[in-house]
Design a protein around this ligand. Structure first.
Ligand code: ADP
Ligand code: MG
Length: 691
């Protein structure tokens, strides 16, 4: 690989800046895709088509210039231009310097009569002919016309010290130097079949498309590549999991399962019974289980997971139950301990708070096989935790984990059964791509007697009064805020400030506070007090989002609701409506922007997690929801799983054909694909084994 330092203008200092963007080699730079494209063509040549940001550009002849001082330390250099469409005006702003003339270069370049291009932002939406100038180029600068102006130009994610202009130049040069050599790894009949442009041409076009058509084609090429590779990786992973054989066998003895069922105090729903059935069938099969259990908030997934863990325990196997947060792990521990009262099963909790001698003895017991079920956070179950015979890994609330963590957890329990639980329903095409290695069980029903939570938007005062009344009449309330501390954003309410401020308002009622920065001991105490009804009103952050189960909680007030995603709003709402009393959810919003109005409307309209998730995917795009994008997980740089459904379908179809003809990708024409998979999904993500 050629180091980035071989490029003109890139010394050690710039190389370090590139390094921050993950660009080390020329190849990294070539595949550093733009996040958008600016249409810098003159107004009469623009195309109103997707992916392009319309960038205002003016092309004209300099009529006169004016150099002005403002009252502050700012200086303005105004250029008046003659254009075919009339007069236009561009203003350059610079900080005054006592030592030199900041506008000397401009004065030299922008001589009267000279024809130039200027880019910038309109100073006023009503006067599009007045730009606050950004970049300018002489009209006879042939090099600039290739890279910067009069064309569609790429917009890259940048870092402090690297300008868009420099980045464009660097990429352009890298393309001249190396694009022809990038090769292709797809078997030749695939691009042909799908009408994909050649890889080298696509690479040039993805950075510097001549027009929108080229851009669409180039994107299609790379989206297809990414999705085909991802699809292959999951399919290979799946085959590898299914091909393994467990070195133990289960017998449903019911020595624990029966007393557990009798202890429950309720009958399983049909959905739960069905899920348990499928899971038990998997666990008793020779190949390790890899199953995703999906069920809306409150559908009772914990009981299902516990049944699976008890089957393991009956057969002398250990289970681990991983939760995304400490609070949730503690909740689960309390819940499981309650369900298992009187049974000969040892459950322990391991979080970052368990330290010193206590931790040491717990780990020793675990390694000696004296603990049947270990509950903990995902983080804790990482290093240094040794089991005697781990046979079942349960991961709760998967939507909080990225794909990468999942792969890591997977690697932990060698041939252990894996059960992943999520409340986020995933449409089929997405499930195929993202969880392609998992089997799916869905709990479609809810425990009987659940009443839908009445949801409405409310003003802050109304919501607070409702909270006071609810607490006074025997219910309990969550007041959720988006941040712990106050920020500069005046529209944003914080847990700490509101907790202070509301003391007076809720005088005589017991108010508690809960957020992620409290010491663990205190968090636990607050949760216990709230569960026991000693705290009536809980002021909290999103930490209570998942899993917390207090049936007497009847009112959920979400402040700054516009800041929360639909999945979070729905999860938060799911914290109430768990008991006999009617429950409500009040959404208090402040500054409304973007798609928040749409989200809040969706919340008011439906209580079905499935419908919300469909809407959410529609509103936000799937990558973000499923934690692919935000964790930078997997190599989807161009593809968006929700948007690119058609290409995904094609890629998956081609994948299936490829694998059925050549399951191990050992044919000569598939060697390129195999190498690509090796670098990405075997070496880099440790997802599959291609050795
Ligand atoms: P989730 O699927 O969101 O994790 P939980 O497992 O936390 O849901 O269950 C929510 C609540 O419903 C718990 O209080 C649980 O004890 C209760 N529950 C679970 N199954 C049933 C059932 N079949 N009948 C009545 N209540 C149930
Ligand atoms: Mg749960």
């Amino acid at each position: 690989m050629t180091s980035i330092q071989f490029l003109k203008g890139v010394g050690p200092k710039r190389a370090e800046l590139f390094g921050r963007l993950g660009i080390e080699s020329l190849e990294d730079l070539l595949f550093y895709f733009p996040r958008a494209w600016e249409d810098r063509r003159p107004a009469d040549r623009k195309e109103p088509l997707p992916f392009l940001i319309d960038a205002p550009v003016i092309k004209g002849r300099v009529k006169r210039v004016r150099d002005m001082y403002t009252s502050g330390r700012l200086r303005i250099f105004k250029v008046f231009l003659d254009t075919p469409f009339g007069e236009a005006e561009a203003s350059f702003f610079k900080r005054h310097s006592p030592r030199f003339d900041v506008f000397a270069p401009l004065r030299k370049d922008l001589k009267e009569g000279r024809e130039i291009w200027v880019t910038g932002t309109p100073e006023d939406p009503l006067f599009l002919s007045r730009l606050r100038a950004d970049e300018y180029y002489p009209a006879d600068d042939a090099a600039a016309l290739k890279v910067h102006i009069g064309r569609i130009v790429p917009v890259y994610p940048l870092t402090e010290g690297l300008t868009g202009r420099f980045m464009r130049e660097a990429v352009h040069e890298a393309l001249e130097a190396g694009a022809a050599d990038i090769g292709d790894f797809l078997p030749p009949d695939l691009p042909l079949k799908r009408g994909l442009a050649a890889r080298d041409i696509s690479l040039k076009a993805v950075h510097f498309p001549a027009n929108n058509f080229e851009l669409v084609q180039a994107r299609r090429r790379f989206i297809y590549e990414e999705l085909l590779l991802l699809g292959l990786a999951w399919a290979i992973k799946r085959a590898q999991t299914r091909g393994a054989v467990k070195d133990f066998a289960y017998e449903v003895k019911k020595t624990l399962l029966t007393p557990f069922r009798n202890n429950l105090g309720f009958a399983l729903t049909a959905g739960q019974a069905h899920a348990i059935n499928e899971i038990f069938t998997d666990m008793r099969a020779p190949a390790p289980m890899a199953r995703l259990l999906q069920g809306d908030v409150g559908s009772g997934k914990t009981v299902v997971a516990l049944s699976a863990m008890l089957l393991a325990a009956e057969n002398g196997g250990q289970s681990v139950f991983a939760a995304p947060t400490e609070i949730l792990a503690e909740q689960h521990f309390i819940t499981l301990s309650r369900f298992l009262k009187g049974l000969k099963v040892r459950v322990e909790l391991l979080t970052a708070r368990v330290k010193g001698a206590e931790r040491k003895s717990l780990l020793a017991d675990l390694a000696a096989g004296k603990i049947d079920i270990l509950v903990g956070t995902h983080a804790v179950i990482g290093d240094g935790v040794k089991f005697s015979n781990l046979r079942l890994v349960v991961v709760d609330e998967q939507h909080r984990f990225g794909v990468r963590q999942r792969a890591a957890l997977r690697a932990k329990g060698d041939r252990a059964d894996l059960l992943i639980m999520t409340a986020t329903p995933i449409p089929r095409t997405l499930a195929l791509a993202l969880y392609g290695d998992l089997d799916l069980t869905v709990i479609k029903d809810m425990p009987p007697g659940r009443k839908p939570v009445k949801t409405s938007e409310a003003a802050e005062e109304t919501a607070l009064m409702a909270a006071r009344d609810e607490a006074a009449s025997g219910g309990q309330v969550y007041l959720v805020y988006p941040v712990i501390e106050e920020t500069e954003d005046e529209d944003m309410r914080s847990v700490k400030a509101e907790f202070e401020r509301l003391q007076g308002f809720f005088r005589g009622q017991s108010v508690g506070v809960l957020h992620g920065r409290l010491p663990g001991e205190q968090k636990k105490k607050v949760m216990e007090d709230f569960a026991a009804g000693r705290i009536r009103i809980l002021v909290a952050t999103q930490v209570i989002e998942v899993g917390i189960d207090v049936p007497n909680a009847t009112l959920m007030v979400i402040n700054n609701a516009e800041r929360f995603g639909l999945a979070s709003l729905h999860q938060l709402r799911g914290r109430v409506g768990r008991g006999r009393r009617d429950s409500r959810c009040l959404l208090v919003s402040r500054a409304r922007g973007g798609d928040s109005a749409e989200r809040l409307r969706a919340m008011v309209q439906t209580s079905s997690g499935f419908e919300l998730s469909e809407k959410d995917i529609y509103i936000r795009g799937a990558g973000e929801i499923l934690g692919v994008r935000q964790h930078g997980d997997m190599d989807l740089r161009m593809a968006d799983l929700s948007r690119d459904k058609e290409i995904l379908a094609q890629a998956l179809e081609d994948r299936d054909a490829l694998l059925s003809a050549d399951p191990s990708l050992s044919l000569k024409e598939n060697a390129g694909l195999r190498r690509r998979l090796q670098t990405l999904y075997a070496t880099r993500w440790h997802l599959i084994d291609l050795s």
